[in-house]
Write a protein that binds this ligand. Sequence first.
Ligand code: SAH
Length: 371
Amino acid sequence: MTPMAQVEEVSSKVDLLGMDREKMAAYFIEIGEKPFRATQIMKWIHQFGVSEFDEMTNLSKALREKLKRLAHVRTPKVIAEQYSDDGTIKWLLEMDNHNAVETVFIPEKNRGTLCISSQVGCALACRFCSTGQQGFNRNLENWEIIAQMWVANKALGCKPKEERRISNVVFMGMGEPLLNVMHTFPVARILMDDFAYGLSKRRVTISTAGVVPAIDKIKAEVDVSLAISLHAPNNALRDELVPINKKYPLEKLIPSLYQYVEGGHSKKHVTIEYVMLDHVNDRVEHAHELVALLGDLACKVNLIPFNPFPNTDYQRSSNNAIHRFRGILEAGGLNVTIRKTRGEDIDAACGQLAGKVSDRTKRTLHRVEFN
Ligand code: SAH
């Protein structure tokens, strides 16, 4: 085969890793096969970590040959795998010649959380986030997002569901998942599909800086759990820390959260993430303002001690300030937890993910503005 023919063959193959069940069933019909093949193949790929059709032994030889010609299960190259002293694992995955993203596994006593990336870099430029300072290259596609789960699950042994180490998935890695719903929603469906990972909707969380029109679509389209990166109790401060606030200010964001929890089951709530920045958003008056802002929204507030990175303007709030802040929120009737920092020794903590981003926004030259 000439090199050119080889290239054509690779690029014209259909990828099966990133297809949700509906898409895959439609694909099998399209190629003249029975739609139930979708469930068989999904199990092989996602539950057994198999990417070669020859290993899918309950398919006929003829079907395996046909699939080899038409399709593939595309998986990224693992460039690095790092282990923290606290058990956290970070993978750096190559998505194309210029870009790589990070994925982090955080084991805890009763659960294991995988934190996945949805974009190469991020366009939102939040001031306190390392990814935000790096710029943006592109959205990740379905296969590139679900591949993070596939790689981690395989590295952790592809166990039967009850013994699987990844019990929760959070879209809290690099990127803004709600600026890439075309790819993150189908991936959420694969994560929740019983023929793939079978996670319940309470165990899949999309975290967003507040893309209001997409928040409004979540419940109808995927109904996963929702976390909001709030970080400030008023527009003036939030405009500065989370610039997308200029486009979707608090008077638009907060009503969309009420809308999200409304009519849900009794335990439905939103997680409010609030990074603790020394002398920036951690004062007593900020805590009171936050209580007033959240009113009687069904929510849990998660205070995140700031994780520093090179050239940042900020410092982590003192423990005293964090506990004082929590006390005021609790006295105001809010349910509060303080996020334990994990994986700091391998730069795997919240906001420290960097990967390899070939920036197309010239972030270092201009600040992205949302007006
Ligand atoms: N774009 C999405 C998801 C990525 S960030 C979002 O904004 O929610 C995941 C979480 O880590 C967010 O709550 C984010 O605000 C927080 N975070 C970012 N930088 C951080 C830092 N340096 N220290 C602590 N948390 C940080």
